[in-house]
Design a protein around this ligand. Structure first.
Ligand code: AP5
Ligand code: ZN
Length: 217
């Protein structure tokens, strides 16, 4: 299956993607995680991306599209993938359409996670992320790590992401409404969008998402 996950910052895309990718046996591809891994490794790509991310703006398409395509070209993504955070504007969506067409394949669905803005702010304010791997995500109240306060998956130190400050979150939400939401109409025109509420417990949302994806494909 080839799926795109879309939703505002803090909606729970990364959290859901981890479970959905496992259930569907496809790789979870997060452009945010790829950028953060490049930043922590000090690569040239990471250096290019950092200032945009810290300001809550999109990293330019010239950098992002190439990175996403390289990841989708890896052997583990040959038969499917779950994209989280890509595409994030209409030009990225068009680039993805063209890349898939060139391969003779297509998307099976676009899962749109709906969460009210006040809930998103609560989720982001309490998020703690693992220094070793930013796909290991916790929440101080909703999904707390073990008593020792380190990552339950790998024992790594937990920290608050630099772009999770109030000011940057406000900017990320603005960017979501102006740049990313239009991709939902782009995909609605292709009959691909399924919208679910991402409120409720993590496993309830996963169940809802699996059912919606089954119906859509
Ligand atoms: P990215 O990393 O993609 O950030 P985002 O889209 O803002 O999404 P988040 O990671 O903030 O949230 P999420 O929806 O994954 O929520 P999570 O599961 O962590 O992008 C960061 C930056 O990179 C961008 O601003 C941009 O600069 C750049 N970038 C990335 N992709 C790009 C692209 N394609 N083009 C250009 N630039 C790009 O959950 C949040 C919290 O809620 C956690 O604490 C979690 O434990 C908790 N939680 C999750 N589910 C629930 C639930 N059901 N109930 C209660 N709590 C929950
Ligand atoms: Zn970890």
């Amino acid at each position: 299956m080839r799926i795109v996950l879309v939703g505002p910052p803090g909606a729970g895309k990364g959290t859901q993607a981890a479970f959905l990718a496992k259930n569907l046996s496809i790789p979870h591809i997060s452009t945010g995680d790829l950028f953060r891994a490049n930043i922590s490794q000090g690569t040239a790509l990471g250096k290019q991306a950092k200032a945009f991310m810290d300001a809550g703006n999109l990293v330019p398409d010239e950098v992002t599209i190439g990175m996403a395509k390289d990841r989708m070209d890896q052997p583990d993504a040959e038969d499917g993938f779950l994209l989280d955070g890509f595409p994030r504007n209409v030009s990225q969506a068009v680039a993805l359409d063209e890349a898939l067409k060139a391969e003779g394949v297509q998307l099976d669905g676009v899962l749109d996670l709906e969460v009210p803005e006040d809930e998103v702010v609560k989720r982001i304010a309490g998020r703690r992320t693992c220094r070793n791997d930013s796909s290991h995500v916790f929440h101080v109240t909703y999904s707390p790590p073990g008593e020792d306060g380190v990552c339950d998956v790998c024992g790594g130190e937990l920290y608050q992401r630099g772009d999770d400050t109030e000011e940057t979150v406000r900017r990320r939400l603005e960017v979501y409404h102006s740049e990313t939401e239009p991709i939902i109409d782009h995909y609605k025109a292709q009959g691909l969008v399924v919208t679910i509420s991402a409120l409720g417990k993590v496993d309830e949302v996963t169940r809802r998402a699996m059912e919606a994806l089954k119906k859509s494909s």
